[in-house]
Design a protein around this ligand. Structure first.
Ligand code: PMP
Length: 438
């Protein structure tokens, strides 16, 4: 496919160096299974499942057929006070794989909307139980919680905070969990209980009665796969329980088998009060996110409202869109029928072995990993992020798609990947880094 010189001008691309991209465009025109095809006809392996969405592999006809059939039967109906059957069915199927006691699902259209909705759920819950003064949120350095105003306020990414300084007040950050002493640690590093004491410090500094919720990604994803150190999530849960603070897990990347169980919450054995999810919920085939909440949170909000009054003053025109629900139902069926979460768990050891074999490469300064997720840090070039974008482009033309954050490449193959695909990912990374040199 030829791209006319001026045909790219009008699309302002998200999270992209537009000028650089438009002088050397990389378009994907076809995808199937674990493969992508670029506009010049080259084939690539999808090493990041698109953007951590395509767990069941690309081009799943079951999902496309379900969406098509749904659009022909009932394309749209207001989700407010009416509803369509698919939304109830998808919520029921999700409740069956969610941690015990997390039984109620609110639909949104993205991870960012899920995060902002989770904050509003926390506010509504605290108000409904007569604790409306709990207006402070505890987040973490190096957190990524999407791009809406709530999520940006919680963000621990410096660029987000620098560029958009006027955001929600009353957000305080715990330290991130990466330690230079824990490089090249496979799985969970040490020292979690101590780091979790940051939450206690926030309580000591601001007073527990002002804190509404603490939000973390179980594994910090977009900022480089920071696996929670041992004891960390457990201790956060304990402190939250002691002080009546809600614990929110942002599972937008970790959910749907990425860690070898349906959710990271189950892999690490810690149950939050509220969970966000998106991405692999529909295998990326339709935009959709969701917030799942405990019985306690749901019942408190719903019971506090007078009869016939709307209990939660929130929702989107496309909450639970019929096409997205159809995609979600078909996706969950694939996960179940093909036992993809178990498959991810079974492939994880091999995947991590291979990823950690890369540590002899000079340019690599750290590798972290859990389940089918790995973060590979590169020594920065002339400025932070330059090496990452150079390597990302080289990888692409060498036949591998990898999502980079700054100088960290994030490897997350579809759960349907074979060992041979993992081998190929590694050999393309090795070859590309050798070509890159210092
Ligand atoms: N939360 C987390 C943990 C994420 O990783 C992301 C996206 N990478 C988001 C929220 C935002 O999701 P979306 O891009 O669908 O808005």
């Amino acid at each position: 496919m030829n791209i006319a010189a001026n045909s790219l001008e009008h699309h302002w691309m998200p999270f992209t160096a537009n000028r650089a991209f438009k002088s050397d465009p990389r378009l994907v025109v076809k995808s199937e299974g674990v493969h992508l095809w670029d506009h010049r006809g080259g084939q690539l392996l999808d090493g990041s499942s698109g953007l951590f969405c395509v767990a069941a592999g690309h081009g799943r006809t079951e999902i496309a057929d379900a969406v098509h059939a749904q659009l022909q039967t009932n394309d749209y109906m207001s989700p407010f006070a009416s509803g369509t059957p698919g939304s109830f069915e998808l919520a029921r199927k999700l409740a069956a794989i969610l941690p015990e006691g997390i039984d109620h699902v609110f639909f949104v259209n993205s991870g960012s909307e899920a995060v902002d909705t989770a904050l509003k759920v926390a506010m509504a819950y605290n108000r409904a139980r007569g604790e409306g003064q709990r207006i402070r949120f505890v987040s973490r350095e190096r957190a990524y919680h999407g791009v809406n105003i709530g999520g940006v306020s919680l963000s621990g990414m410096v660029k987000n905070r620098e560029t958009f300084p006027v955001v929600m007040p009353n957000v305080v950050l715990m330290r991130h969990t990466w330690s230079p002493n824990e490089r090249f640690v496979r799985g969970q590093p040490e020292g979690g209980a101590e780091l979790a004491e940051d939450l206690q410090r926030m309580i000591d500094a601001y007073g527990a009665s002002t804190i509404g919720a603490c939000i973390v990604e179980p594994i910090a994803g977009s900022t480089g796969i920071l696996v929670p150190p041992k004891g960390y999530l457990e201790r956060l849960r304990e402190i939250c329980d002691t002080y009546g603070i809600l614990l929110i897990f942002d599972e937008v990347i970790c959910g749907f088998g990425r860690t070898g169980k349906a959710f990271a919450s189950q892999s690490f054995g810690v149950t939050p009060d509220i969970m966000t999810m998106a991405k692999a919920l529909t295998n990326g085939a339709q935009p959709m996110g969701a917030v799942a909440v405990s019985d306690k949170v749901y019942d408190t909000i719903v019971d506090a409202a007078p009869e016939n009054a709307i209990e939660f003053f929130h929702g989107y025109t496309y909450s639970g869109h019929p096409a997205a629900c159809a995609a979600g139902i078909a996706t969950l069926d694939i996960y179940e029928n093909e036992k993809l979460f178990e498959r991810a768990a079974a492939l994880s050891d091999y995947f991590l072995d291979k990823m950690f074999e890369l540590q002899d490469i000079d340019l690599i300064t750290d590798i972290r990993g859990y389940g089918l997720l790995a973060g590979i840090d590169l020594a920065p070039g002339a400025a932070p992020g330059l090496r990452g974008s150079e390597v990302q482009t080289r990888l692409f033309w060498n036949g591998l798609h990898v999502k980079f954050t700054g100088d960290c490449g994030i490897i997350a193959p579809p759960l349907v990947a074979e060992r041979s695909h993992v081998d190929e990912i590694c050999s393309i990374i090795r070859k590309t880094l050798e070509e890159t040199g210092h």
